[in-house]
Design a protein around this ligand. Sequence first.
Ligand code: PRP
Length: 183
Amino acid sequence: MDAADVSDDLLNVLYTEAEIQARIKELAADIEADYAGKDLLIVGILRGAVMVMADMARSFSRHVEMDWMAVSSYGSGTKSSGVVRILKDLDTDISGRHVVIVDEIIDTGLTLSWLTSNLSSRNPASVEIATLLRKPEALQMPVDVKYVGWDIPNEFVVGYGLDYKERYRNLRDIGTLAPHVYS
Ligand code: PRP
């Protein structure tokens, strides 16, 4: 669905489908250049990263291996608690591999900070992070992010994998959720 289908639920459209696709292509080109001649494994963090992973992987003109992790932050509401547990681990042994973790958003930074340290302990050749969105004002933990699509304000955004109560993930655009939806 697109923003017009849920226009009553959105304050605005932050990024259109076309803008998202163009930015993903740029990120993929940067990654492709940086890993030229190297084996590359991209790791998507379920469930929000499904769209970014699918579009990024298809933007590469090279082979890329894909794996997935699912993690859960304890706590409720719209804020992350920072306590992370693994619900689904990698199927791949990343020892000696070049890994790029792909996510759709970094909010407090707690999830990606924890994940980077977890994956780094498995003796990979390298671990970097690619995220489509980042909220600098919400950061509670420094995270070294090599590839960022856009820095955005600290607002509740949905679409392109980002949900509110499991809805809006299939929205093609990214928009700011209207407060009446969650208050
Ligand atoms: C989102 C996102 C990151 C995390 C970022 O996942 O995919 O993994 O939150 O938040 P943080 O920087 O505050 O830790 P979420 O927990 O919403 O799960 P989902 O991908 O299944 O929607």
